[in-house]
Design a protein. Sequence first.
Length: 275
Amino acid sequence: MVKKILTVAGSDAGGGAGIQADLKTFEEYGTFGISSITSILTVDPKTKKPSIYPIPIDIVEKELDTAFSGGALDALKIGLLGSLPVIDLLEHYLVKVNQKNIVLDPVMAVKTNKDVLQPELVNGMIKKLMPLADIVTPNLVEACILSDMPTIETEEDMRKAVKKIFDLGPKSVIIKGGARFKGDVATDLFYDGEQLLFIHEDKLDTVTNHGAGCSFAAAITAGLAKGLTLESSVRLAKKYVTSAIKHGLYLNDFTGYVWHGAFLEATNRMTLGDD
Ligand code: PXL
C-alpha cells in the first residue's frame, strides 16, 4: 500500500526547499505527499533577504482538517511554522489523531541570510512540538540556539549539543553539521539516547545546495513511513541528499537547487520509447 505523508511547512517560491522539496522527495520515495501550507517564503534577488508571508490561521486549520480527514497519516514532517498560532493548532491535531513518525525540522535560518527567522516561535516549538517528535533535524545554527551554545566547532561540541537537544524531549536528534562543519569532511551526529553515531561524508565543493536541509528531513520522514528504523532512515536520507546536491541545478554562479530526482535518475523517466 502506498504510504501517505503530510508536510506542514512553508511554500518556497524558489521551488527547491520547503513544501516543494518535501513533495518531490516523497514522490521519489514512492510515497503519497499531502501538504498544509503555513506560509510563503520569497527571497529578494538583490538583497538576498527572505520574507515570510504567513497564511491566515483559519485557512491553516481548514488545511489540517482536510489533510487529517482520514485520521493519522503514515508519517508527518514539520518545517517552517510561519506564525505562532500554528504551533498550538498543530499540537492539538497531532495529539488528537495520535500521529506517529513525526519529523521536526526546526527551521530558523535560511542559507541566504544568517538572521534567525521568526525567533518568537522558538520557545513554543521547543515546549509543544519537540516532545512529540521522533526526530529533530537542526543545522548548526539551529543546534546552537536549541542547545544554548554560542558555537559548535568540534565533534566534542556536537556531542554536548546533541545531548542537550535530546533532553528537550524528542525520541532522537540529528545535527546536520554538513559542509559548514569545520574540517575536511561533512559531519552529522545522530543520537537516540543510547547510540551516538557520527556520519561522515566527503565535503561537496558546490553551491547547488538550496533545499538540502528540507529534502534531508523529508527523506527521513519517507523512510519512517515505509517502516525503516530511525537509523536506516537517516542513512538512506543522507545518500539521497548527497546525490541531490552533487547533481544540483545552477541558478546563477552563486546559488543553485538540489535535484530531488538525482538518486533514481528521474531525468531518464517518461522518455518516448522506440515502439
Ligand atoms: O531551508 C529552509 C527553508 C524552509 N522552508 C522554506 C524555505 C526554506 C529555505 O529557503 O524556503 C519554505
